[in-house]
Write a protein that binds this ligand. Sequence first.
Ligand SMILES: NC(=O)C1=CN([C@@H]2O[C@H](COP(=O)(O)OP(=O)(O)OC[C@H]3O[C@@H](n4cnc5c(N)ncnc54)[C@H](OP(=O)(O)O)[C@@H]3O)[C@@H](O)[C@H]2O)C=CC1
Ligand SMILES: O=C(O)[C@@H]1CCC=N1
Length: 298
Amino acid sequence: MTGSKELKDGSSENAPLVFIGGGNMAAALITGCVAKRFVEKDRVVISVRTEKSAEKWRQKGYVNVFTNTLEMLEKYPTAIYIICVKPQIFNEVVSSWPVNSRPKFIVSVMAGVPLPTLSAKLPFVSGNTTIIRMMPSVASSIGAAATTMCYEKNDKIENQDAYIKYAREFAECIGTVEIIPERCFNPAMAIGASSPAWTFMYIESLADGAVAQGLGRAEAKRIAAQAVLGAAQMLLNSESGFDIEKQHFGWLKDQVCSPGGTTIEGVRALEKHGFRSAVIEAVSAASKKADDMAKTAK
Ligand SMILES: NC(=O)C1=CN([C@@H]2O[C@H](COP(=O)(O)OP(=O)(O)OC[C@H]3O[C@@H](n4cnc5c(N)ncnc54)[C@H](OP(=O)(O)O)[C@@H]3O)[C@@H](O)[C@H]2O)C=CC1
Ligand SMILES: O=C(O)[C@@H]1CCC=N1
């Protein structure tokens, strides 16, 4: 992507990207899409709660930074709004939205707040507002997120296709995107957005294991991270001979496990300690937590 992206729908042309919440996720999204020149810094608008966070953004060269969300939303009545606060803060954001506001396009990255809750709680949302749920990850900052997206198609909304296309391009600029039905959103969130934390733990554990056997910490960290990256790339890059659509992951695993060799001993140890089961339970726990959050968010 070479130039700043515009939403060509007439009213929202050149619309700024307004981020409600400027924490970890907003930082990853903004860093990623500014690096790809999807948007220029001066078209990014951010609200945070504290002056300390506002100052951090200003020091990074962002000038449109607010500590009062109502004030920001009043100043930017036409924009692409991206809700990046914690789900628990959503009600506070709702009450910060000017009552006469008529937003056309809202993206929410909040876990556990479903589309029907978003439209029910945002009082000004009319049949003419497109709401998209997006679940990116911290890897957005380097253009490597596995984002999922869902929305309700409504042919009565003028230019809705343009909003959906814009959201898709936004997601593509921070990594890959899968459009999925909302009923699958929480398990997808677990593996796309939560799993980086678990993968960091896995890589840390690999390094710890090698350090325990005498390898230096710095080398262990680099080797472990690169090994995981290489394995993931083999799954995604068909030049490895692997076809992700047709083949089982075990095919590649088996290529590493020499009969009577070292790796299969590690496989045996992992199975003995419930490795796969632990991972499956982690996905299930995160997904169920989002289900519970959705019930209380109503
Ligand atoms: N972290 C992740 O990996 C992912 C997070 N998400 C979702 O992103 C959302 C944000 O998470 P994350 O960035 O990690 O959280 P953070 O706690 O890092 O950031 C929350 C931000 O919201 C700001 N804030 C609090 N209250 C208000 C308010 N009333 N108006 C405007 N801003 C406010 C905070 O300001 P201040 O800094 O001043 O306190 C802070 O900048 C969550 O809903 C989460 O589910 C989705 C995918 C991945
Ligand atoms: O932990 C969370 O709730 C958020 C959503 C996915 C990743 N982080």
